[in-house]
Structure formats: C-alpha cells, structure tokens
Write a protein that binds this ligand. Structure first.
Ligand code: BJW
Ligand code: ZN
Length: 249
C-alpha cells in the first residue's frame, strides 16, 4: 500500500519504536479475532470462558475451548504483518513489541524484543499455586489436569479481572514512555490496561499510528489511522524504514 506523504516524512526522524499488537494481526493467519461478526465473542460470552469464575464453574467447558484453539494453532503460520515487524525491529535503533496475543506467532516469525501481556496459550500453570507446569504432549479430552498441590491446571493466559505479568507490563510502559513512534496494530483498543499504552506514548508527543481495518476509540486521537490490514500496511512501513537505514547519512 502507499503511505501518506507526511507519515513517510515523519518516519524519517524515528529512532525508537514501540508496537502494540492485537488479534487483528493474526487474522491473516486464519486465527479468529475476539470482537466483530466472525469473532469468538460473537458465539460465546467472555464471562463464560475468559474469567477465573468461568473456569471454576465449568473447567471442562473452558479447557475444551482452549484445546480447540490450540488445535487451530498447530498449522498456523506467521503472515506478512508478523514478518514485517521483524524487519521493522531490524531497521529501528530501539524497538519493543508488546502483544496482547497468546498465539506465539511473533516469536515464530522471529521477533526478539517482545513482551506478552496476556500470557501464552501453549503454557500451562496451576490455578492454585501459580507454578508453570510442563504437560508434555497433553491434549485435553475431558479430565482436568491437576498439579501436585491438588490445584487445577489451566492455560497460561490472563483472564478478565486478573493482573498482567508484572515484568511484561513494566517493560511495556517503559517502551511506550520512551518511544518516538507508537504503532497500534489490529487491536480494538477496548481492553485495559493495554489500551492505555498509546495515551502513555502521546504524553511524550510520540507519533502514534493506528493500523486497523476498522475505526476504534483510538482512531481520532492517533496522528494517523491507516485503515488497512496489518499485512499490507506493515510491509510498507518496513520498506520506508529500511530505505532510510540504507541511505547514506
Ligand atoms: C484488523 C485486521 C487486520 C481485524 N489488520 N486490523 C472498565 C473500564 C476499564 C477497564 C475495565 C473496566 N471494567 C473492567 C476492566 C478491566 C478489564 C477490561 O479492560 N475490560 C474492558 C473490556 C471493559 N481488564 C482486565 O480485566 C485486565 N486486567 C486488569 O485490568 O487487571 C487489574 C488487576 C490488577 C491487580 C489485581 C487484579 C486485577 C485483563 C485483561 C485480560 C484480557 N484477556 C483476553 C483473553 C486472553 C486469553 C485468551 O486469548 O483467551 O485477551 S480478552 C481478549 O481481548 C484477549 C485479547 O488479548 C484482548 C484484546 O482484544 P484485541 O486483541 O484487541 O482483539 P479484538 O477482537 O477486540 O480486536 C481485533 C481488531 O483487529 C479489531 O479492531 C479489527 O477491526 C482489527 N482487525 N483484522 C488490521 N487484518
Ligand atoms: Zn499447584
């Protein structure tokens, strides 16, 4: 895609980039988003599946949902958007990738300095003692796995009402506070505290760019809203940044 001329100019001065991604960037890898007509929440209510209360009430239902999503990830591959972020990391002087996604596709693509705010769907941990537990090739059928402490084992993701991993959150705030360009990619900007990161970046008058196929609560405040797919907009941004690093100073 062609980027607006003033955005190309502004990117010329950018040294430190912070990127926040959401489910939209993985949509082009065939993974459903949460909100919207084809999203998970069109079929299920979040409070039935993505809260600790739901898990304690019906762990088999919650486990079945996560196993279904794990199965879908077996064949999922990073797409052009994930790959472009690896190029952007290579072209920036300092770079941090903050993701709300639990699918691990950024790591698979090769992103290095990344922080997972909502955990990782491939990890398991005890709901009682919090230990991370390696279940090997575990595939949920109908028996909820148990920790040696007796607690129920659950997917290592962050549900509504739960605190985000402290280190990842601290790194995300630090990256947003210190960047001169903040890219918000494929997120509805509805779920906090992640949705507050662009506002943190704006305090330092950073260049905030939103890449989203739809309008969100962030769109009006962003310096640029590229109403485009991540897979088309991010390669265009990577091209500009790489061209800049190739140019003689
Ligand atoms: C494309 C595209 C393409 C499509 N290209 N774009 C009132 C006000 C403020 C906050 C609260 C409140 N009431 C409650 C809260 C707190 C709550 C919250 O934010 N709720 C709001 C919904 C109101 N937050 C929390 O509870 C968080 N914890 C917390 O606050 O802790 C406080 C605490 C402190 C100390 C002790 C205890 C607590 C935790 C939030 C956890 C969210 N978890 C989930 C599930 C993770 C596990 C799993 O995967 O199952 O995270 S919910 C779900 O939403 C998931 C996502 O990461 C998250 C965000 O969704 P995302 O990524 O934005 O996806 P979508 O589907 O919403 O949007 C996709 C976008 O892509 C769309 O805009 C499309 O247009 C776009 N798109 N294709 C570009 N190709
Ligand atoms: Zn335990």
């Amino acid at each position: 895609m062609e980027l607006p001329k003033d955005l190309i100019q502004a990117l010329d001065n950018v040294e430190t980039i912070c990127v926040l991604t959401g489910a939209g960037i993985s949509a082009e890898s065939g993974i459903p988003t949460f909100r919207g007509p084809e999203g998970y929440w069109a079929k299920y209510r979040p409070e039935e599946l993505a809260t600790a209360e739901a898990f304690l009430r019906d762990p088999v239902l919650v486990w079945s949902w996560y196993q279904h999503r794990r199965d879908a990830l077996v064949t999922a591959q990073p797409n052009a958007g994930h790959r472009a972020l690896v190029r952007i990391e290579g072209a920036a002087r300092r770079f941090a990738l903050v993701t709300q996604n639990v699918d691990g596709l950024h790591r698979m693509a090769g992103s290095r300095n990344q922080f997972e705010l909502h955990g990782n769907i491939r990890i398991n941990r005890c709901h009682n003692c919090g230990s991370e537990i390696d279940l090997g090739e575990f595939h949920f059928q109908n028996e909820v796995p148990r920790c040696s402490c007796g607690g129920m084992i659950r997917p290592g993701v962050v549900w509504f009402g739960e605190a985000l991993p402290a280190q990842a959150w601290a790194a995300a705030v630090q990256a947003a506070e210190s960047c001169d360009c903040f890219l918000s990619v494929g997120t509805s900007s509805l779920v906090y505290p992640a949705a507050g990161l662009p506002q943190i970046a704006m305090k330092r008058a950073s260049l905030v760019v939103e890449i989203n196929t739809e309008t969100t609560p962030l769109s009006a405040a962003a310096a640029h809203h590229l109403r485009a797919s991540a897979g088309s907009a991010l390669p265009a941004i990577a091209d500009v940044l790489e061209q800049r690093s190739a140019d003689p100073v």
